[in-house]
Ligand binder design. Structure first.
Ligand SMILES: [Fe+2]
Length: 575
C-alpha cells in the first residue's frame, strides 16, 4: 500500500490532496477551513505557511496513520527557482523580482520541509519531494482525464520562472517540451488589467464579465502592443507597459486612458478594453494549443493553470479545434497543483496501480457529513421522518418556482472554485429579475457578472450549441452560445453576449443534483437551474455550520442540508 500526500503552499490557493494505492481519495482547499479567500496572500515570506487544517482533515477523514505516508509532494521546485532567478529591473525592493525579496522567498521555501515534518509529527518518516510547479499543473489535468496520451498545456501567472509550459504525456508520464518565461505571463496580464479596472488581482472573472459588453475593435491595437502573438504560437507580454510588479499604471494609462478607481462608474472604454483583452487572449491561447499539438503530435489536449478558468478562451479553443478532445480539471488553478503533485508522485511509486478516478471522484473530493441532523437550536420546518428525496425535491421546486433562493448542501464538497451542485445556491433561471434578487439577498455582486445554468446533460443540446462532448462540461468551464430563440426563456443565466457558462449534469456525475433538476424540468419544461456558489463574498461554505452561518447572515429563503429543508419563514432559533 502506498500513501502519498500532495501539498500546495507556495503562493496561494493552498491545498492538499491524498492518493492511496494509486487512487485519488480527496482534495481540498485550505480556504474552505480557514475561511480566508485563496487561503493566504501570495507573499515572498510565507511559502512555509502550510494548509494545516486541510492536512489534518485529509488524514483524519481517511484514517491515515502518518507513519504510513510514503512521501509528500510539494508543488514547487526551489532548485529550479534558484537556477532561473534573475533580478527584475521592474521589481520592488523586498518583494517579487528584487534580490532581497528573492532571499526572503528562498528562506521560506527552504523552511517548508521542516514545516511539513512539524505539521505531521515525528512519526512521519517519508520523503518530501519538491516537484516543478507546472509539472504539477500538468499532472492534475492528465491523470484525471480519460486519455492514454495527450498534449498538455499549462498557462498561469508564474511557476518557478515560466508562465506557460507544454508537456507530452503518455503511460510513461509527463515530459516538458517547451516553456514561455516571465515576464510573458497571461495570468499576470489579467491580474494587472483587473486592477486597472478597479478590481483586485483575483478578479479576472469580473474582467471577463465586462468583456461581453464591449467592442473589441476600439482598443485592438493598444492591447496588441502589450500582448503579441508570434507566428510560431508563442506570445510576448510587454512589461514596460504592464509593469506587473510595480503599483504603477502610467504606461497603461497612456495607452488606455485613466484607470477606474474602486467605486467609480464603469465607462464604455472599460468594457471595450476588456473585450480587446479577451479577444487577444483567445488568439494567444489558440496559438498555444496549436503549438502544443504540433510539438507533441497528440490529438487530445489537457489544459491547466489559472488561465484555464477563462471559459471564453476555452470555448474559443473548442471552436478553433472542433474535433479536439479537451479535458480541464475542476481546479486548474494553483489549488490543483496539490492534486498534481500527489498523482505525479503516486505514478512514480506504483505506475501500474495508477487508476483513473471515477467520474464523480474527479470533482467531489472534499468533506462530506453523512446524514446531517438539523441542529437542535433550530426549530425548522424539516420534512417528517421517512420523507423521500423526491418529496424533498418537489418542495424545493415549489420554492424555486415562487422565485425563492435555495441553499443546496449535499454530499462531498467540490474541489476547485466552482460550486457544482453540492455547495450551491439555486434559483429559477426563467425569471428576468433573478439576478437582482440574488444580488440583493446574498451575492452582492456587480450587476454585469452573469450567473450560470446547471443543465440536464441529455437535454442540453436543445438549449445550447455544445459541439463535441467533453467531460469538463460538468465543471462549468465553457461559455457556450444559447440556441436561437431559447435565450428569452432563461434570462437569468443569459450573458450579454448570448452565452452561458454551462454545467452539464448527469446522474453518473451527481445523482442528487440531477434528480432535483429533473423535478424542476418536469414541472416547468426547462431542464436547468441557476447555480451559483454558496457564499457571500467569502470562501464557498464547507461544513453545515458554515452553511447555517451564511443562511443566517443573508436573506436566502431556504436551506437544504442533506434531506432537511429549513425555510427562513419557519426557522426559529431556540436559545
Ligand atoms: Fe500555477
Amino acid at each position: 500500500m502506498t500513501t502519498v500526500l500532495g501539498i500546495n503552499a507556495v503562493y496561494h490557493e493552498s491545498s492538499v490532496a491524498l492518493v492511496v494505492d494509486g487512487r485519488l481519495v480527496s482534495a481540498v482547499e485550505e480556504e474552505r477551513f480557514n475561511r480566508v479567500k485563496h487561503a493566504k496572500p501570495a507573499r515572498v515570506d510565507n511559502a512555509d505557511e502550510l494548509p494545516v487544517r486541510a492536512i489534518k482533515w485529509s488524514l483524519s477523514h481517511h484514517g491515515v496513520d502518518v507513519a504510513t505516508i510514503d512521501a509528500v509532494g510539494l508543488s514547487f521546485s526551489p532548485a529550479l527557482r534558484r537556477a532561473a532567478f534573475h533580478e527584475d529591473p521592474l521589481g520592488r525592493e523586498g518583494s517579487w523580482g528584487s534580490l532581497s525579496g528573492e532571499q526572503a522567498f528562498m528562506a521560506s521555501l527552504e523552511a517548508t520541509p521542516a514545516a511539513v515534518r512539524a505539521a505531521l509529527g515525528p512519526r512521519f518518516q517519508g520523503d518530501i519531494v519538491p516537484i516543478p510547479h507546472h509539472l504539477c499543473h500538468a499532472a492534475s489535468a492528465f491523470y484525471p482525464s480519460d486519455y492514454d496520451d495527450a498534449g498538455v498545456l499549462v498557462v498561469d501567472g508564474i511557476a518557478e520562472n515560466a508562465c506557460a509550459a507544454i508537456f507530452d504525456a503518455d503511460a510513461d508520464g509527463l515530459r516538458e517540451v517547451d516553456t514561455v518565461d516571465y515576464p510573458h505571463s497571461l495570468g499576470f496580464l489579467w491580474e494587472k488589467f483587473s486592477e486597472y479596472f478597479g478590481f483586485t488581482e483575483y478578479d479576472a472573472c469580473k474582467s471577463m464579465g465586462l468583456a461581453a459588453y464591449g467592442d473589441p475593435t476600439r482598443f485592438r491595437e493598444a492591447v496588441g502592443a502589450i500582448l503579441t502573438v508570434e507566428s510560431d504560437g508563442r506570445y510576448r507580454v510587454d512589461d514596460e507597459i504592464l509593469r506587473f510588479r510595480l503599483p504603477e499604471f502610467a504606461p497603461m494609462e497612456t495607452h488606455f486612458g485613466p484607470r477606474r478607481r474602486k467605486g467609480e462608474e464603469f465607462r464604455q472604454a472599460h468594457y471595450d478594453i476588456a473585450a480587446s483583452l479577451q479577444e487577444k487572449t483567445d488568439e494567444a491561447m489558440i496559438a498555444l494549443v496549436r503549438r502544443t499539438l504540433d510539438l507533441t503530435g497528440r490529438s487530445r489536449l489537457c489544459l491547466a493553470g489559472g488561465v484555464a478558468l477563462n471559459c471564453v478562451s476555452n470555448t474559443a479553443i473548442r471552436e478553433a479545434f472542433p474535433d479536439l478532445e479537451i479535458f480541464i480539471p475542476t481546479a486548474p488553478n494553483d489549488a490543483g497543483t496539490a492534486m498534481g503533485a500527489a498523482l505525479h508522485l503516486a505514478a512514480r511509486f506504483a505506475p501500474e496501480r495508477q487508476a483513473k478516478p471515477l467520474l464523480s471522484a474527479r470533482a467531489y473530493l472534499g468533506p462530506s457529513y453523512g446524514d446531517i441532523p438539523v441542529p437542535s437550536q433550530i426549530a425548522a420546518d424539516a420534512p417528517p421522518a421517512g420523507c423521500s428525496f423526491d418529496e424533498l425535491c418537489a418542495d424545493v421546486v415549489d420554492l424555486l418556482c415562487e422565485g425563492k433562493v435555495v441553499g443546496w448542501f449535499q454530499g462531498a464538497m467540490e474541489f476547485g472554485p466552482r460550486a457544482l451542485g453540492n455547495r450551491s445556491l439555486l434559483a429559477d433561471p426563467r425569471r428576468a429579475d433573478m439576478r437582482d434578487i440574488l444580488n440583493r439577498k446574498v451575492k452582492h455582486r456587480e450587476i454585469f457578472r452573469p450567473f450560470a445554468p446547471s443543465v440536464l446533460k441529455d437535454q442540453a443540446g436543445d438549449w445550447f450549441e455544445l459541439g463535441k462532448d467533453s467531460m469538463s462540461y460538468g465543471y462549468m468551464l465553457f461559455a457556450v452560445k444559447v440556441r436561437e430563440g431559447q435565450g428569452e426563456r432563461i434570462p437569468a443565466v443569459l450573458h450579454a453576449d448570448g452565452t452561458a457558462r454551462v454545467q452539464l449534469v448527469s446522474r453518473e456525475q451527481n445523482p442528487e443534483f440531477c434528480r432535483l433538476i429533473e423535478a424542476f424540468a418536469r414541472r416547468t419544461g426547462v431542464p436547468m437551474l441557476l447555480n451559483t456558489s454558496f457564499n457571500d463574498n467569502e470562501p464557498i461554505v464547507c461544513s453545515p455550520e458554515d452553511a447555517l452561518n451564511t443562511f443566517r447572515k443573508t436573506s436566502i429563503d431556504a436551506l437544504v442540508l442533506g434531506t432537511n429543508l429549513i425555510r427562513r419563514s419557519a426557522m426559529v432559533e431556540v436559545v
